[in-house]
Every structure is written in structure tokens, then in C-alpha cells.
Design a protein. Structure first.
Length: 116
């Protein structure tokens, strides 16, 4: 199922490239290109990422794009916008685990659920 979706992705992507007059990408190049899904070819964020950053700016102030904090799991110093933000509690909080580590953890959790 996952493989099929990726193939549709490469076809759509290559048809867009052809319209621009660019050479279509091979499967290998496309995989490299989609590795960083939150940004497009020009380095802009995906719309859902931009939206999340805007909301963080509104609730925590503009400093979120400059301030850094250490991730609990990988120990890297990252910008506050690279952390998951939760708005469900009494007060909005920024998690201590970065988005990358969190997505890794949730995908592993999902896998362990499947194998049960
Ligand atoms: Zn991390």
C-alpha cells in the first residue's frame, strides 16, 4: 500500500517537472528528494508546518523561531519550532522531545501495535 502511494507521488512530481521543462527524476533521485518532506525544493515549509509555526508565534511570541532548546531524546540543540507543541492542556506547552524523535517513536509504537 505504502509503495503504491509513493509511485503515484513520483508520477505526479515528474508530470509537474515536465510542464516546467525539467528532466523527470529517477526513483532513486525522487526518494532522496522526498526524504525531507516538511520542505519543498525551494526550501519553503509545507503549508501545515507554516500553520503550526504561526500558531506557536501567536501563543509563545516571535522568539520561537530564534530560541533553541535541547531535545531530551537525541540531545541536539534545536529551534523551538522543531518541537511538538500541545494545546490540549490548561496551558499550551512545548514538548521536550523534537518532532523527528517523536515521529520515530510513534511509528515504532504503531509497528509494535501491528505485530500484536
Ligand atoms: Zn530529538
Amino acid at each position: 500500500m505504502e509503495k503504491d502511494l509513493k509511485l503515484i507521488g513520483i508520477e505526479n512530481h515528474n508530470s509537474r517537472r515536465r510542464k516546467k521543462g525539467l528532466e523527470p527524476l529517477t526513483k532513486k533521485e525522487f526518494r532522496k528528494y522526498t526524504r525531507n518532506v516538511s520542505k519543498d525544493a525551494t526550501g519553503r515549509n509545507a503549508p501545515h508546518v507554516d500553520k503550526a509555526i504561526e500558531r506557536m508565534k501567536e501563543t509563545f511570541g516571535k522568539d520561537v523561531t530564534r530560541k533553541k532548546k535541547e531535545c531530551f531524546r537525541c540531545g541536539k540543540n534545536k529551534k523551538l519550532t522543531e518541537f511538538v507543541c500541545r494545546y490540549d492542556g490548561k496551558e499550551p506547552v512545548i514538548n521536550n522531545v523534537c518532532k523527528q524523535c517523536e515521529s520515530k517513536r510513534t511509528s515504532e509504537w504503531a509497528k509494535s501495535r501491528k505485530s500484536r
